[in-house]
Write a protein that binds this ligand. Structure first.
Ligand SMILES: O=C(O)CCC(=O)C(=O)O
Ligand SMILES: [Fe+2]
Length: 286
């Protein structure tokens, strides 16, 4: 398995685990990038079909789609295309042995991961710096950010190394009013929080951009501070952030039951599930 860090040094699995342990994030050259290339091609074909424009590219999307409401509409249609074709399961499923090394054999995957399209100089395409534990997510959950274009430092997501183990009290928050994002709305379904919280800017001065190329993923704990404020580069950032978690990990009890779906089960868990099902169907003996 080939594993890469942003400093271009190839690392062993132990070094990669240590990097993740210490910083709360890692960049991995995924063992099987084929489904990522296939998803990129499918997204481009779908985009061209939806716009009726054969010259549009993912990278230069912003030069064709400037209008914000047309953009939101397209992003929603492409997101549904991404969900309906199970691209997340195809991408993560192809690297299952790698993810088992971090999460164990029992893995759940987010049913409807977000497909982000962040255009240069469109501040509203970004959700800002945050840690998903602000929104009741669990530090057992990982986000796997898979780009569909090469993303240089000016256009990428940033992370705050070491933030993943710090107490919530280290990140004072302000609740922001954002009347544009209503719970359940299209923008909310696209991954824009309806009740955003802003971290005190003095705590995010050391945010570090993580450039990525096609075939890599940025993987981080949901307790790691991350996000983007502005794409200052020349390419639109296309990426999906796919959550994965150990199926037996404690999660927010109010999480919708279909938020996650099964990706893999150990033989023991599989048998335990069969045993539990049998209790429901067997007549009670007296
Ligand atoms: O890609 C982005 O802009 C945000 C990703 C994110 O917040 C996450 O993966 O939790
Ligand atoms: Fe996030």
């Amino acid at each position: 398995m080939v594993i890469k860090q942003t400093d271009s040094q190839f690392k062993t699995l132990d070094q990669l685990k240590r990097h993740f342990y210490e910083k709360g994030w890692m960049v991995v050259k995924l063992p099987d990038p084929k489904p990522i290339y296939a998803a990129r091609t499918a997204l481009l074909t779908e985009l061209r079909g939806l716009t009726g424009n054969n010259n549009i590219t993912l990278e230069q999307y912003h030069q064709f789609i400037e209008d914000d409401s047309i953009h939101t509409d397209l992003q929603f249609q492409l997101t549904q295309f991404f969900w309906n074709n199970q691209w997340a399961t195809k991408i993560i499923g192809a690297q299952l042995n790698f993810f088992k090394l971090f999460l164990g054999e029992d893995i759940n995957i987010q049913s409807k991961p977000h497909l982000r399209i962040t255009r240069p100089r469109k501040l509203k395409d970004n959700i800002g710096y945050h840690r998903d534990t602000f929104y009741s997510c669990s530090p057992f959950e990982l986000s796997v950010l898979v780009p569909y274009v090469d993303v240089p430092a000016e256009s990428t997501l940033s992370v705050l190394s070491g933030s993943h183990i710090r107490p919530e009290s280290d990140f004072p928050l302000t609740q922001i009013e954002n009347p544009e994002i209503i719970k359940g709305s299209v923008k909310h379904q696209l991954g824009f929080p309806y009740a955003p919280k802003m971290i005190d800017p003095s705590r995010t001065v050391n945010m570090q951009p993580v450039p990525l190329v096609l075939g890599e993923a940025l993987i981080f704990s949901l307790a790691t501070v991350h996000g983007s404020v502005e794409n200052r580069g020349e390419v639109s950032r296309w990426s999906s952030d796919i959550r994965v978690v150990n199926a037996l990990a404690p999660l927010n009890p109010s999480l919708k039951p279909d938020y996650y779906e099964t990706l893999s089960r150990s033989v023991v868990t599989e048998l335990a599930n069969i045993y539990h099902k049998a209790q429901l169907t067997t007549p009670v003996s007296v």
